[in-house]
Design a protein around this ligand. Structure first.
Ligand code: AMP
Ligand code: DBH
Length: 548
């Protein structure tokens, strides 16, 4: 097993095998078999380009053989930061075919985040697009390489050859030397990590979520069942594919399980997706609530024929029942199915046959018989049915430990391996839960999780900041945004603008920037003497309500 990885214990692993949840097949092999089964069907549509399952497999294998030639080997770590394109899947599945662990970074991550990931996992490769607007991923990668020379291979999308980089377009266009047979002799253990997902929040250090081949394949198979996917499914993939939701819950991997088609767009902006939904007869949408709200209120919404849409999934953040009801009114044949999930594992999808009053209120039901869910109080005792408790969970696709963080793991898992999610819930009926809030210190900005501590640590380095506490403030569309409460250094008068510039100079992703600054002399304290973020959160909410 790779260093720092906590495997499933033998007794539970046996149970998950016996119950048929684990197939004991590497993820790359599983999807190779899907490609063989659905060879002539369309797998991917992007910008009107149609890629069949046969073509998908050919491109994946071609890249996999190039990767072997370049020197990648099983259990190497590679960071993927690719935009929503078919190439994302060729590269991802290409690495999976040879057992390389792919860390899935998000497009907005910058030097601060990517540099951390490279060092933390000892990445030997990085794959990205060349640029986004003014920002050059190539320059950033070279810069990181100077500090971390172990990062040997930079793979860049497109045909252009950048100095010291490998062109992904070039690889796809040339026949690699190693014959196809090299792919058959690799030994890949399905109990090892296949993917490193990223956890959105709560600590100052990056938290890497190891997902094994067995558990990540199961994630997609299981979710796709509750999501009613079949060979006729056409899923719109408009959120960043790297994220656990559009990739695997059920996401495009779920589509591939059944031989349907994933239709990829670059963004989730209404103008990018409305014409595609109509043209490609999309059946399934996966959105965060903020994107759904934007879509429903778009001026052009009613101009499009959206009758093909059967299922509107939202996840990442609680969906307001009013928005769900409006969506069902505006999509003539669509039902809203909320997805409660986490990159750490557990995913629950609503039952579309539950009455709207239930469906719009609950998370669940749980689809997996071996998912164990408990709601507990601060002492770890089960609360009475109907009472609010922290949800803790264990099961065949939920992590047993973050990568290489023993101290943090000791606090985040019970002795018998339940993951303490930090989500507060109440049982509605067996297997169904109402999300009541959370204990964890993060800001959920339109589904993107921001670690308050990570931003605070960076802000503390600014000369005009004596102390800082970042808390969520309510936002009608994004749900939450970041408000920074700051105690200034003596005589200093920091502004939001100069603090944000300072943060950007440190290479932090833009979505993490505070969007309001409140200067105070002291922080309210909890009875233990900790900064009371609860009070600060209530304070800013009250201010906003009064229109301040
Ligand atoms: P992450 O650990 O970054 O993958 O984020 C997972 C967290 O997002 C969960 O623990 C919840 O706090 C939140 N979340 C995801 N889906 C939902 C949802 N449908 N409703 C409410 N919160 C959600
Ligand atoms: O927020 C998430 O991380 C999330 C939301 C919906 C997720 O990981 C998922 C579904 O699988």
């Amino acid at each position: 097993m790779i260093d720092g990885f906590t495997p499933f214990p033998a007794d539970l692993a046996q149970r998950y095998r016996d119950s048929g949840y684990w197939l004991d097949q590497p993820l790359g092999d599983y999807f190779r078999d899907c490609c063989a089964r659905y060879r002539d069907r369309t797998a991917i549509i992007a910008d009107e380009e149609h890629v069949s399952y046969g073509e998908l497999n050919d491109r994946v294998e071609r890249l996999a053989r190039h990767f072997i030639r370049i020197g990648f080997k099983p259990l190497d770590r590679v960071i993927l930061q690719l935009p929503n394109t078919p190439e994302f899947l060729y590269v991802y599945l290409g690495f999976q075919r040879i057992g390389v662990i792919t860390l899935l970074a998000l497009p907005p991550h910058r030097r601060h985040e990517i540099g951390h990931y490279v060092d933390f996992v000892g990445a030997v490769g990085y794959a990205a697009g060349d640029r986004a607007g003014d920002f050059s991923f190539v320059d950033m990668a070279r810069d990181i390489q100077t500090d971390s020379p172990g990062l040997r291979h930079l793979l860049i999308l497109g045909d252009e050859v950048h100095d010291g980089c490998i062109s992904i377009g070039g690889l796809l266009a040339t026949e690699p030397e190693p014959p196809k047979e090299v792919l058959d002799v690799l030994e890949i253990d399905p109990d090892e990590p296949a993917v490193f997902q990223l956890s959105g929040g709560t600590t100052g250090v990056p938290k890497i979520i190891p997902r094994t081949h067995n558990d990540y394949v199961l994630n997609s198979i299981g979710c796709s069942g509750s999501n009613h996917m079949n060979a006729d499914t056409r899923l719109l993939v408009c959120l960043p594919i790297a994220h656990n939701f559009p990739l695997a819950s059920p996401g495009i991997q779920g589509v591939f399980v059944h031989g349907g088609a994933g239709v990829i767009t670059r963004t989730a902006r209404p103008e990018d997706i409305l014409p595609v939904i109509e043209r490609e007869r999309i059946t399934h949408l996966e959105l965060v609530p903020a994107a759904l709200i934007r879509l429903l209120h778009d001026d052009d919404f009613d101009r499009y024929d959206l009758s093909s849409v059967r299922i509107v999934n939202t996840g990442g953040q609680r969906l307001q029942p009013e928005t769900a009801a409006l969506a069902e009114q505006k999509f003539p044949n669509g039902k809203v199915q909320e997805v409660f999930g986490m990159a750490e594992g557990l995913v629950m999808l609503n039952d579309i046959n539950d009455p709207p009053a239930t469906r719009f209120e609950v998370a669940g039901p749980v689809w997996c018989r071996d998912d164990e869910i408990r709601l507990v109080d601060d002492e770890g005792r089960d609360v009475m049915p109907g009472e609010v408790g922290e949800m803790i969970c264990r099961g065949p696709y939920t992590l047993r430990g973050y990568l290489n963080l023993p101290d943090h793991n000791a606090r985040s898992f019970t002795a018998d391996g339940f993951f303490m999610t930090g989500d507060l819930m109440r049982q509605h009926s067996p297997g169904r839960y109402v999300v009541e809030g959370r204990k964890k210190d993060l800001i959920n900005r339109g589904g993107e999780k921001i670690s308050a501590e990570e931003v605070e640590n960076l802000m503390l380095a600014h000369e005009s900041v004596r102390n800082v506490a970042c808390v969520p403030m309510p936002d009608p569309i994004l749900g939450e945004r970041t408000c920074a409460y700051v105690i200034p250094a003596p005589g200093a008068s920091p502004t939001l603008e100069n603090l944000c510039k300072f943060l950007l100079d440190q290479g932090i992703a833009k979505f993490k920037l505070p969007e309001r600054l409140e200067l105070v002399d002291v922080f309210p304290l909890s009875p233990f003497g900790k900064v009371s973020k609860k009070d600060l959160t209530e304070l800013i909410a009250a201010k906003l309500k009064q229109g301040e």
